[in-house]
Design a protein around this ligand. Structure first.
Ligand code: TRP
Ligand code: SF4
Length: 326
């Protein structure tokens, strides 16, 4: 039997090239080697956006269309929406009974987010329980591997601890999921900070070639290179950081010409924009096609939940039996 892989994403709407290089590219590869489960974590989204749910449906739709267009194939992996699998919520409830509060309080992502989202009331039961729900996502399908970015490692560790505690209390049942680190290097956005929707600095997979060109033209370069004849420093240039991803075949040239001031920044940017645009050609065609198919996303998610639910039901049946709730 093939090993199982599971990962999820909160519905963030349209995806950007950071999402692609950070995770999706890896997910697409994994489809061929493992039984893969990829899901829209809409309940997790609610932990911080419960006060504005207006975009939830549309963000889910946009993200799933991007998933499909980028090459996640509903025939080769199971794509579903968390909230279509109510068994996940029930498993999360059982896990919440056996998870000490102290484990959750010391979770670094919890502490960080509390700081970051200060203006918002997120000191809620649901929010502190975020990793418990995540453990339920993972363990309900008995995932062997979980592709995630580095920031998610504490959550995965908690999932393992919850599995261990369950096994200790009710006899061995869950395996301990392992991480597959997906993020090699964070892509910078056009302002040089990490690419993120919330910073407004992202290049989206669905951006048109002209939008990409415009955004790349606005990118921060070497701040010390004021005139064309000033030698540049590629190591501090955001444009160069993206060339590392999109132009590996001519990287040496770019670097030398930049340092020798034989290459202008505008030209350098336009080449990058073209590279990014070209890499998205196929994606763009598929996305346009999928957008035209009404009901496609709904149908894909429905199909996916039909595959995931029997597995979830079987796990829950066993959990209930062990906890004497039948
Ligand atoms: N917490 C993850 C994130 O913010 C999303 C997520 C929810 C997830 N459940 C998961 C990831 C289970 C992997 C496995 O990116
Ligand atoms: Fe950056 Fe290219 Fe300008 Fe060098 S030439 S500073 S790499 S944009």
């Amino acid at each position: 039997m093939r090993k199982r892989v599971l990962s999820g994403n909160r519905p963030t709407g349209k995806l950007h090239i950071g999402h692609y290089h950070g995770a999706l590219k890896k997910w697409i590869e994994l489809q061929d080697e493992y039984d893969c489960f990829f899901f829209v974590a809409d309940w997790h989204a609610l932990t911080t956006t419960y006060d504005d749910v207006s975009r939830l449906k549309n963000d889910t739709r946009e993200m799933v269309i991007d998933w499909l267009a980028v090459g996640l194939d509903p025939l080769r992996c199971v794509l579903y929406r968390q909230s279509d699998i109510p068994e996940v919520a029930e498993l999360s409830l059982y896990f919440s009974m056996i998870t000490p509060l102290s484990w959750l309080e010391r979770c670094p992502t919890y502490k960080e987010q509390l700081q970051e989202l200060k203006q918002k009331e997120i000191a809620t039961h649901g929010f502190i329980g975020y990793p418990v729900l995540q453990a339920a996502d993972i363990l309900i399908v008995h995932a062997d591997f979980v592709p995630v970015g580095e920031d998610q490692l504490p959550h995965l560790e908690l999932s393992r601890e919850i599995a261990r505690r369950f096994n200790y209390l009710y006899e061995d049942y869950f395996g301990e999921p392992k991480a597959i680190l997906t993020e090699v290097k964070r892509l910078p956005g056009i302002d040089g900070r990490k690419m993120s929707k919330s910073y407004g600095n992202a290049i989206y997979l669905s951006d048109s070639p002209s939008a990409i060109k415009r955004k790349v033209r606005r990118m921060i370069t070497d701040p010390q290179r004021i005139r064309r004849k000033d030698p540049g420093h590629p190591d501090v240039c955001t444009v160069f950081a993206l060339h590392e991803v999109y132009s590996s075949d001519i990287l040496g040239n770019i670097e030398t010409q930049c340092r020798e001031a034989t290459r202008g920044c505008t030209e350098c940017k336009d080449i990058l924009a073209e590279r990014i645009s070209d890499s998205l050609k196929e994606f763009r065609a598929r996305r346009t096609q999928f957008e035209k198919e009404p009901g496609l996303v709904r149908q894909v998610l429905k199909q996916g939940s039909h595959k995931a639910r029997p597995i979830a039901r079987a796990t829950l049946r066993e959990v209930r039996r062990r906890m004497n709730i039948e």
